[in-house]
Design a protein around this ligand. Sequence first.
Ligand code: MIG
Length: 693
Amino acid sequence: MIRRYDFGTPFPTDSTVLTLTPEAAPVPHFTTRQEGTAVSFSLPLSEEDMIFGLGESVRGINKRGHLYRAWNSDDFSHTENKASLYASHNLVLFFGPEKCFGVYVDDPGEVIFDLGYTHRREAVITSTGGDVSLYLIEGESMIDLCRQFRQLTGRSYMPPKWALGYIQSRWGYATEEELRTIVSEHRSRHIPLDGVSMDIDYMQDFKDFTWNQDNFPDLPGLARALREEHIRLVPIIDAGVKQEEGYDICDEGVQQDFFCKKEDGSLFVGAVWPGRSYFPDFLRPDVRQWFGSRYHRLMDAGIEGFWNDMNEPALFYSEESLQEAYAMADRHRGGNLGIDETFALKDAFVNIANSPADYRRFYHELDGRRVRHDRVHNLYGMNMTRAAAEGFRAYDPDKRFLLFSRSSYVGAHRYGGVWQGDNSSWWSHLLMNLKMMPSLNMCGFLYCGADLGGFSCNTTEDLLLRWLQLGVFTPLMRNHTAQHTRNQEIYRFDNWEQMRDVLTVRYALLPYLYSELMQAVLTDGMLFRPLAFDYPADATACRTEDQVMLGRDCMIAPVYEQNATGRHVYLPEEMLLVRFRSATDFDLVPVPAGHCWINLQLNEFPLFIRKGHVVPLSAGGEYVESVDWKRFALLGWLEDDVDVVTDLYDDDGQSTAVTLKEHLTPIRVAVSEGRAAAEAEGLTLDVTPLLID
Ligand code: MIG
């Protein structure tokens, strides 16, 4: 059951699809306090209580013990002390001996989640502005709460099938020739590949919806040629629009009054990659309609997927903050700086980016009402994503397009996926990638993943290999890295064959992964879950954070430590270990419940399948369209004389109007006297790998 409580004048965020009538306070379970404009909700915690949710954020799956701040931030240093990343997913779930409820804090301004940080035995959630709709979700389990939350906020985005293929990316790819080389280097080595993303350097002077004519003299021709090789190009679009007379997007926005303005009515100017830029007021439907329709230019050139960046929005500086910094420098020029002045001078420049003052300098317009940006800051990225998604729908309502965004808010999960932003080539960030997956899923973001290999810093061949072994299971599987870092394409490394072999497993599992993803979408479920959600009565499972449940049948436990040749795994029940080296080279080991050590050489990674479940493994392929979706070997460990039924979902991979019912094929495995026989309409199934006891 979900109940809504309103405080102040909540801003209509469109994050929910159900409209609930607000109830009269008090909010059950919580103590509500008003202090100035702020309103806070506090709750006592018992020693055993755990806290889940908050989607994209640092630290553990259990969020207890840290302070988080909903404030979408372009921060490329995802260290443990950070309170905010690029997104605000204000869902918090409380789980303990006497707790099974959650709150969704619908306030697009700053919200502080003190989850046992100030006092270990207390959670305090504070809306700084005090205009908030609080949704209290009660139910019988964590999975139930997440399902109700999805019903409140809407069905998750459905990617096209090809978007589950491997995508190669790098900040710096700048020419047609370079992209063609990347493709041919993969193809000639039989490294699977479905897409290459194009970062800001494909544009003309970083101008949205343009491409550099010297480097891409015939983009439609290139897109067509690559498409014949089953490769899609995935260009980036940034939020800021270059201020330049004669640039049509800028001119249109200025003429039609589509950009954010300052208090005095003049246009707000902030700098991003193109230099001084304007910021479309994405909160307005007419602006979304306009900006969304501009994607059509690239779609006309054959593009079927995009990533939206810099939409927190990131600001390198504003006209005003730059003047203030110069003024301070002028004041200190020639002086003998004391320590305070020295640091103030340094900070004036270092802290110039994304400054709180700048986020107070501009306004949005809604139904003739002006809203200062900082009050609705966290909605900006979501509405850029929405603009794109609505533009896609206008272009072809029957077709799915790939879209993922850096910044988001609850509700954005209906329009696209997310990637986890600028991580680093650190082992700890491989683990963070894993931990963020279930949290993002709780909040509706099913199509997601991190920059495999790491964005900042130089990767190493063992880190990339281990990270790909995790990426096998994340819907968005993209290798991406920053400008000036070491080359990170698979074929650059001595162990490229091992990496290729890892990708063969992804492609062999594609029908299963796609089926589980789509079933999660269509049933308001989750692809990734903490063990605590599936085994709430198992205290050890509840505290396990470096393994996660995948789909209905599996658990994953990647290696995330340098030079490790194995890892500890906790099994809440008996499972079949599939120790993969490639799609055709793996061991099957039945493992009892409890603690165990699993040997995993550098080129080996595990998939655990729950006893009594089956997972179909295809022959794979070098691109999604080449995968045979009709012929499978079945993996599983089954009990004798117990039949098993599972469902495989499949569709054409691109239609938007799909239902579960018409696309599920039941797979029946009959087991008796130590032998299995399987049948499913239209599928050819090989039962030889099944273990039976
Ligand atoms: O300020 O477009 O997160 O993936 O490569 C950096 C360049 C801007 C940030 C994105 C990253 C991308 C980069 N962008």
